[in-house]
Ligand binder design. Structure first.
Ligand code: F3S
Length: 397
């Protein structure tokens, strides 16, 4: 790779051990993907933060990097295995909490902002069009590339940390214009409203892309979409299709930048949506857990939940998963009080997928197609998808 004198200095150890190790990781990655050089990134988001994922081996790597490593760019974390303030109330055991905090402390020592969220773009790690990033969480990567028009590959834990310490990432994949063209034209002939419906749409498109062996869809027929609907769609299409970039006519910023395929590959009808929705509802379901906030809930969603829960009482375990800064805004606005008075709980910094809750519940109801996938695959729950209103109805009956 063609390295600048500074990058070469990092590789030779002139900027310390962590920078050397980081540049070794990045150049190895660059060689594999035939990157010609590095690109400066303006921000990093690191995944694999839960102690359940890291384990002792991961913690050892972090501690080693934290000996002299300091991040050069704004860096935040993906959700951890627990709410850092409220873990006991949420049933997390002491040993896990101790180890999770050891991991977060190592990140903090490197200058990383220890806000743990999969929606960094809602809480200040907010890039703009055309900027280069090194993000790791699949839903956030998809959102950054598609909705914001920033440029990032999906990084692994070590490569994201290496990018944070050096401020660089190899220039390949979605950092290059020629890799951002759509490959499949999809027409939606149905009205899509709500985070749950956009999640269902993401599953249909994701599944189809896997079948076709394609990655970047161009989607027509969606007349409007909110930030919350798009974050749900991103999480779902990334989960089911491994998609890191899509273009949506009149909605995403690069939709008319590149040539699009002229032939429609497939159409999605209301029947397709109904059928796929029913695939996200298990039979013989007993719901004892309701969770909203996958990806992490926005303040707009929390305001809506407070409005819907006002004066009611939840009868089941009910989590709202969100970023800590969003929770603080909810506290100040009085939403948290209304929600907690109804018996629901905030699970900030974490979520119903990364928290170590496997087997603790029988059935989960969510408004997220991604949470359905991992609820089944990782936590062995039965699942049901519904709108936020239906989730609240279920929780309060
Ligand atoms: Fe975020 Fe957890 Fe969903 S990390 S996207 S809330 S599975």
């Amino acid at each position: 790779m063609d390295l600048t004198p500074e990058e070469r200095g990092m590789l030779e150890g002139k900027f310390g051990k962590a920078a050397k190790k980081s540049m070794e990781i990045l150049t190895a990655l660059g060689e594999i993907f035939e990157a010609e050089n590095m690109v400066d990134v303006i921000s990093v988001q690191i995944a694999g933060v839960s102690y359940a994922n890291l384990g002792e081996a991961g913690l050892e790597f972090l501690s080693e990097m934290a000996e002299d490593g300091k991040v050069r760019v704004l860096t935040t974390l993906n959700p951890a295995g627990m709410d850092r303030e409220n873990w006991e109330v949420l049933g997390i055991d002491k040993e896990f909490a101790k180890n999770q905090n050891r991991a977060i402390d190592a990140f903090a020592k490197m200058g990383i902002i220890t806000t743990c969220s999969c929606t960094p773009y809602l809480i200040g790690n907010t890039p703009h069009f055309g900027q280069h990033l090194a993000w790791a969480e699949s839903s956030a990567v998809c959102y950054a590339n598609s909705v914001i028009g920033a440029r990032t590959n999906r990084e692994g834990g070590p490569s994201a940390l290496a990018a944070a310490i050096t401020g660089k990432t190899p220039r390949y994949g979605y950092h290059l214009e020629e890799n951002r063209h759509s490959e499949v034209l999809i027409e939606v002939n149905a009205q899509i409203i709500g985070t749950d419906q956009f999640g269902v749409l993401g599953k249909i498109i994701g599944d189809k892309l896997v079948e076709l062996g394609k990655k970047i869809p161009f989607i027509t027929g969606i007349s409007s979409a909110t930030v919350e609907e798009l974050k749900s769609f991103c999480a779902s299409v990334a989960t089911y299709g491994g998609t890191a970039l899509f273009h949506m006519e009149t909605i995403t910023p690069e939709y008319d930048k590149y040539p699009r395929p002229d032939k429609i590959s497939f159409r999605i009808t209301q029947d397709d949506l109904n059928k796929t929705r029913s695939e996200l509802i298990d039979e013989d379901l007993e719901i004892d857990f309701v969770s909203i906030g996958c990806p992490h809930a926005s303040i707009h969603e929390i305001a809506n939940i407070a409005h819907l829960l006002k004066g009611k009482r939840v009868m089941k375990e009910f989590w709202i998963t969100t970023a800590r800064p969003t929770k603080r805004i909810a506290d100040e606005a009085g939403y948290s009080k209304i929600i907690e008075n109804a018996g629901a709980k905030f699970a900030a910094d974490t979520c119903c997928v990364v928290a170590p809750i496997k087997g603790r519940f029988k059935g989960i109801m969510v408004d997220s197609a991604k949470a359905c996938y991992y609820g089944r695959a990782k936590n062995k729950f039965k699942v049901k998808i519904g709108s936020i209103e239906q989730c609240i109805e279920e929780a309060t009956k």
